[in-house]
Design a protein around this ligand. Sequence first.
Ligand SMILES: [Zn+2]
Length: 135
Amino acid sequence: MVGSRTRRRYSRAAVRATMRANRSGNTKPDRMMAAALSSLGFAVVRNAEADVVVRALGLAVFVHGCFWHGCPEHWRPPATNRAYWVDKVRKTRRRDKTAREALQSKGWTVIETWEHDVVANAHSVALAAVRKTRE
Ligand SMILES: [Zn+2]
């Protein structure tokens, strides 16, 4: 239900502004994620095997845009061309799954995170990602 998640610390306006500002390949959440991992002392590569990569850890992070990847909290199909957008997001998610599985089969630890989580707290997403490589 729209507007029911008041426990979130970021504002919907902030999330929408970030989503609007995003451009493929060089998005603000990508940069935030890279900066957070970098601040933990890791050498970070962007736009390689995934949006953000730490080769030393075999860590591949995908920061999924809430709009393009169909975030369950923020995505609503536009009223115009609804079927087109539903199908487009479904295909994007299928590609996400294929990419994830391909990397996992090569031994990468793959983290998929939503841009809204990165915008809210990139540091904690980075910590969780690093922890996951040590499981
Ligand atoms: Zn979202």
